[in-house]
Design a protein around this ligand. Structure first.
Ligand code: SAH
Ligand code: F3S
Length: 483
């Protein structure tokens, strides 16, 4: 995608942030890698640190503390972090007092081993342990190393107002669930982020109202599996069966939460990610259709188009069930855009399985895709039971066929907008020209157009006259009625 968008999965991304706090006596430099949840967590960490006398800095050479929020999803993501740690080693040669902490999924996966494997690391903190940071920082200041990788069954950080250091003041994330109970056989997330739990809807709505009062125009509800959101007075998914009949009757599922958000702030545009096909209900699709401020876009990872591979991955649906879901989406929301995640070269994937993936893509004609080579992750069920037996060259060849087909479909979807008028939220200046604004339409496609007198944060109607596979080009015709 030519206009890289930091508000969605885009692989192993780096962010450097700066924020001032007049009471701060120390400074922290933070980098985040991986998924949107990590970016969102970094804002929680920044908030906790700011309460404890730290300001964020964008100069690693000036910082007292470097934190890196890490990703374990593929081997490459981990290697990127290890390389950054070598860089921080050079910084320590200049600043002998520098402390270095690792956060996130790699911290959870490697635990104490991190301290042995990477001598630069002083502190290891898992995704559910950030509230312990003040104590852990005291430990390392006293010259000891510190580790907290305890996973929680109820921590959602619902009571912390994130410090929006990654933000443009327009788009923000609100996390609604943490963890995942699904156990897809290839995936390390259930091991690094623990059991699935939903956050109290009251605190979600409070965060939404707070963002509105600060001028934000679009929010993304975030979770590994947002469609399985469930609040019944408690939020731990696996204990729902133990809830009383009264609790069950008044429980709030994702469709209800989405409706509450849409009604509470009708002027705020709402997105959500990620949907797991097994949990996406017709109710959610109907709520999307009912409210104009819920964007007509669904990220619906499928991973493979082959039933036997889906089964080996422990995905809880078949190819046919997935196609029925897609048909229902297009029936209820004809202009909905759909994107996917796809993995090439899962153990035992045959040429036939790969062709099934291509034919599924042909059927759906996704607007976007996030496509990966299978990367065996230590400790996962696939790593334990299945041989990583697809040759790297074959994995790469299949991946490039998937990517090529996706580009064709993205262009096909983009072209469908030519001649139409779409509503765009202006987010930033176009990277290619300072005369143009860039934003996204509801369907999550980047739109570029001449600035005129509009400003960042405006909702405008743009008539599309040209496109590439990733970007729509047009002319603004006025403010949209949402503005
Ligand atoms: N919760 C999301 C996915 C989270 S991980 C879901 O419902 O699917 C984001 C994506 O990374 C996954 O969808 C998958 O395509 C990819 N991924 C996860 N583990 C992987 C692995 N071991 N090798 C390659 N890609 C992987
Ligand atoms: Fe991973 Fe599957 Fe959960 S991909 S995050 S185990 S839905």
């Amino acid at each position: 995608m030519s206009e890289k968008n930091p508000y969605k999965y885009n692989g192993d991304t780096l962010v450097i942030n700066e924020e001032t706090n007049s009471n701060a006596t120390k400074s922290v430099y933070i980098e985040s890698y991986g998924c949107a949840m990590n970016f969102s967590d970094t804002e929680i960490v920044a908030s906790i640190l700011s309460e404890n006398g730290y300001k964020t800095s964008n100069d690693m050479y000036e910082a007292d503390l470097i934190l890196v929020n890490t990703c374990s999803i593929r081997e490459k993501a981990e290697l990127t972090v290890r390389k950054r740690l070598q860089k921080f080693n050079k910084v320590r040669k200049v600043n002998g007092n520098l402390k270095v902490g690792v956060l996130g999924c790699m911290a959870e996966r490697l635990k104490h081993k991190f301290l042995e494997e990477e001598k630069i690391v002083d502190m290891v903190v898992g995704p559910d342990a950030y509230k312990d940071l003040p104590n852990l920082l005291q430990e390392i200041e006293d010259g000891r190393s510190a580790v907290n990788v305890i996973l929680s069954k109820d921590e959602t950080y619902g009571d912390i107002t994130p410090t929006r250091i990654n933000s443009n003041g327009i788009n923000a994330f609100i996390s609604i669930t943490r963890g995942c109970d699904n156990m897809c056989t290839f995936c390390v997330v259930p091991f690094t982020r623990g059991r699935e739990r939903s956050r109290d809807p009251q605190s979600i709505i409070e965060e939404l109202n707070d963002l509105n009062s600060k001028g934000y125009r679009e929010i993304t509800l975030l979770g590994q599996n947002v469609d399985s959101y469930l609040w019944y007075g408690g939020g731990l998914k696996k204990d729902y069966s133990k809830a009383s009949e009264i609790q069950k009757a008044s429980s709030i599922n994702f469709a209800k939460l989405l409706e509450m958000c849409a009604l509470t702030q009708p002027k705020i545009r709402i997105r959500f990610s990620t949907s797991n096909p097994q949990d996406m209900s017709l109710d959610v699709i109907k709520i999307m259709a009912k409210y104009e401020n819920i964007c007509n876009y669904i990220h619906l990872p499928v991973q493979s188009g082959s039933n036997s591979i889906l089964k080996a991955m422990n995905r809880q649906h078949t190819r046919e069930e997935y196609i029925t879901l897609i048909e229902n989406i297009y029936k209820i929301i004809p202009d909905c855009s759909i994107s996917h995640d796809m993995i090439s070269g899962f153990p035992n994937e045959s040429e036939e399985d790969h062709k099934d993936t291509l034919s599924l893509m042909e059927k759906v004609k996704y607007s976007f895709g996030y496509m990966f080579k299978y990367s065996e992750r230590p400790g996962t069920p696939a790593a334990k039971k299945l041989d990583d037996n697809i040759d790297e060259i074959i994995k790469s060849k299949r991946l490039s066929e998937i990517v090529e087909l996706q580009q064709k479909h993205s262009l096909y979807r983009s072209k469908q907008f030519i001649g139409k008028t779409v509503e765009v939220l202006i987010e930033k200046e176009s990277k290619k020209s300072n005369l143009n604004w860039a934003g996204r339409n509801q369907q999550n496609t980047t739109v570029v157009f001449p600035k005129k007198n509009y400003k960042i944060g405006d909702f405008v109607n743009v008539k599309i006259n040209d496109c590439t596979s990733a970007t729509l080009v047009g002319l603004a015709t006025g403010y949209s009625k949402n503005n």
